[in-house]
Design a protein around this ligand. Structure first.
Ligand code: HEM
Length: 259
């Protein structure tokens, strides 16, 4: 058995740190492409790879969240949203490592990326689909280069988090408005607030990513993925996963539309 193989069922005595984590494989995956190798490309690649690893965990937790919401288990869902929010904060914090990438350095190895772009991240698109994006610009973005990846199609076929929350609210025989006016905070209202926090954390990633893009390539430079770059990304910041959770707030300020 090579040190990096940790076959399932191997006796615990044969499993050490490197084997358990498949470290040989993991640490051989940073195959930088610039020649001569640019000293900053490793950081650029690792931040993206680490983000993809966290996206994998985010999708795993979204799976758990959906199951709990389908079971109308508000406390269980609340617990999972707490974890989801912690993960989103971590992915967002990672962007700051690339704030230290000077534009003139990135310019020296950007051409080696070819047409690769974060906009081609299937996991990121799956997270957006799982969380509830169905806006035309999003549907356009995922099908621009043919059929969306399977993982995205699977999530698109499932109910959005907003729809699942709607189901929990009606099952409890209440309304969005009553959630906020009822006696004391219920598990459901805490879940509503946890979901809003998820929305805010996600928007913060979008915002800081645009700032990063402007900082590294400038506001007017097109992306390697063929978009207008920061100008395209700016438009995604106002995207909402939970429009009804935002709208209900207006009801307390006389701006409510009559249903
Ligand atoms: C120097 C750092 C970065 C630059 C200059 C940059 C640049 C860009 C640009 C210009 C776009 C627009 C699409 C295009 O035409 O390429 C984009 C999209 C995207 N990038 Fe980055 N990016 C950086 C870091 C990251 C990191 C660390 C991640 C983490 C995985 C990431 C994930 C994404 C995603 C998911 C999109 C699609 C967003 C959307 O369509 O809403 N980017 N990036």
């Amino acid at each position: 058995m090579s040190q990096s193989d940790a076959p399932q069922g191997a006796p615990a005595s044969e499993i050490n740190y490197a084997a358990y984590l498949a470290l040989n494989q993991l640490l051989s995956l940073q195959r930088t492409l610039s020649r001569p190798e640019h000293p900053d490309e490793l950081l650029f690649m690792v931040v993206h790879q680490a983000s993809e690893l966290w996206f994998k965990v985010v999708l795993h937790e979204l799976e758990a969240l959906v199951a709990r919401m389908q079971d109308k288990n508000a406390l269980g869902a609340l617990y999972t949203v707490g974890r989801l929010n912690a993960l989103t904060r971590i992915v967002t914090a990672q962007l700051s490592a690339l704030d230290t990438l000077p534009p003139q350095h990135f310019a020296q190895f950007r051409s080696f990326l070819g047409t690769s772009s974060g906009s081609q991240s299937s996991q990121f698109r799956a997270i957006e689909a799982a969380s509830g994006l169905r806006e035309p610009h999003f549907l356009h973005a995922i099908s621009e280069h043919g059929e969306p990846p399977e993982i995205v199609r699977e999530w698109l076929a499932r109910p959005t988090l907003q729809a699942l929350f709607d189901g929990m609210v009606s099952e409890a025989g209440t309304t969005y408005e009553e959630l906020y006016t009822g006696p004391g905070p219920s598990a459901l209202v805490l879940l509503a607030e946890g979901l809003l926090e998820y929305e805010q954390s996600f928007s913060l990633w979008r915002f800081l990513h645009v700032q990063l893009v402007e900082r590294v390539i400038g506001p007017g430079t097109g992306g390697t993925g063929g978009t207008l770059g920061a100008r395209y990304l700016q438009r995604t910041i106002s995207t909402r996963f939970f429009p009804r959770l935002w709208e209900v707030r207006a009801k307390f300020f006389g701006a409510a539309k009559k249903d």
